[in-house]
Design a protein around this ligand. Sequence first.
Ligand code: PRX
Length: 695
Amino acid sequence: RRWLLAMGSAPHHDRLRHVGSGGISRLNAVVLGEALAAEENDLVFPSHDFSRRAHISSPEQYQNMYERSIEDPAGFWSDIASQFYWKKRWNPEVCSENIDVRRGTVKIEWFKGGVTNICYNALDRNIEAGNGDKVALYWEGNEPGQDAQLTYAQMLEKVCQLSNYLKNVGVGKGDTVIIYLPMLMELPIAMLACARIGAIHSVVFAGFSAESLSQRIVDCKPKVVISCNAVCRGAKVIHLKEIVDTALAESVNSGVPVDLCLIFENKSAMKRESTKWQIGRDVWWEDVVLQFPTKCLVEWVDAEDPLFLLYTSGSTGKPKGVLHTNGGYMVYTATTFKYAFDYKPSDVYWCTADCGWITGHSYITYGPLLNGATVLVFEGAPSYPDPGRCWDIVDKYKVTILYTAPTLVRALMRDGDEYVTRYSRKSLRILGSVGEPINPSAWRWFYNVVGDSRCPISDTWWQTETGGFMITPIPGAWPQKPGSATFPFFGIQPVIVDEKGNEIEGECTGYLCIKKSWPGAFRSLYGDHERYETTYFKPFAGYYFTGDGCSRDKDGYHWLTGRVDDVINVSGHRIGTAEVESALVSHPHCAEAAVVGVDHEVKGQGIYAFVTLVDGVPYSEEVRKSLILAVRNQIGAFAGPDKIHWSPAIPKTRSGKIMRRILRKIASRQLDELGDTSTLVDPNVVDQLIALIDR
Ligand code: PRX
């Protein structure tokens, strides 16, 4: 743990604070006693006041807690877990794990034998502690002025009604329920209602197409699909029910019929009279759920019973159903939320993500509500009706913690400071970033303009698979470096390995792996434990492989460098190149496709597709548009390629492998860095591709 030593030996920030209290301190060589010229050595300190009030206010305090979490994980996590309600305490053994494939099946268990319920801990427990009248959810609709709120007590009633309804229609412990809803309060309500009765929810982001939805339905065979008739996003109305109808028709064809579809009438977007209806299958939420009692007994579940499935992209065309269980996930999301955002009961917390992604699971629904926090749920688009909307919302609800993605930061930065500065934003005290590396210039704009140079930024690195934050600033504890996710959370042992899987010490760059398990870790891929082992635990035996590259600087700070596998990160959305390729080749005019990621000013990465058309079909603007449409229809609008590059052929090695390295260079126009092309079957293909760059 060299980085700890490095941090321990770094001068304490108290001694340095005079250099620029609260603002960006461009510490110079004189102060640190060594040359710190590079940008990544800019240190940004929390103010005295911030640190003093923080849960963790110094590197030493963090270090002590971190060391205990590594040396005595059982004691560390037991103490934290004891703050929750357990119907039955776990076995004396807190964790049993094997993440080393060489020792047999990979198996991770935390708090095994413990019996609890995450919904009970998020709602009933907080109400019993006297917080029934505290606002649990604020809801801001698509149109300014459209809003609602629910206290913890009111939310529990809504959850119980839905739980009772689900039980009444035969949903029980271990059954799956698909939730395909936009950001209405009914989305977290539906998640908690499933959790309350031990059902496994699988939320599908409402931007996914019918095809993607049906693929997930076929995989997890839900008893019920919960959705709504329509939603407004910005100026657009999206008819979700029609997408559901198409998906359900497709799943019937695949032999997985769904008998019950519970539809919420989202009146502001569409009236029920205009909604197409399948009698016998479709039911209006408002007609049935509201008739059920507002109290519902909890189904107590084992810590290792499944809580939810969330599909995510990998390097094949088939999305993976990431499986999380109850106990460890509960303890981990709550604890990471508390420390990385220095959460206090007076906070108003807003995360701009959607509950359709892991960020919304862990840090809209579970982590914050487990802490008894007040959470803002926003239905609309961040630049609607104008690019000042976010700051208008911050002022309206006096948001104190704002958690968002670099892509939104860059988009708003492009729109100009005046949209930000016309609002007060005085309530803000912490900012957060997630989904992709945040480039230092976006970091600085976020820090200086949005946060008026006084709000620490928690740049949280984690994944669907990890359940919660893995490498993250602890905002009151140590100085930040713009663009670095800093240090590991408690219990997390990140290592950087070389191609052969050897750990590299000190300043280095390599593949990011994690040693040992942590409570929030996923336990399997739904129905495919073998793929779980192969994808994550076999590449570097003895470790969990993240799929990310990472550098560690001489002070031990971590700098994530992006995916090293065939996954592209577009606006913080994870998309497998294979999924886009398979959508393209399903188009009748497309013979072959190869997709790579390319730098994109706002989205982080864009999708660049090399496409070979079938013989006799000429390339045209019309074909280009219909290829893009094919991907939007098959996956979702967010996955539409940014560029189609007409390719008479695709460069391949003699063994038939696509040379993506060369395609990446062509896509990013680094034409003088193509490297060795002699192993290609036909090196002339490369010249042809270059000649067609601007077609
Ligand atoms: O490449 C990393 C990137 O997002 C990937 C995980 O994507 P997903 O499972 O969809 O979860 C996104 C929200 C947690 C990672 O493998 N990533 C996420 N957060 C960061 C990041 N890259 C750099 N810095 C981050 N803070």
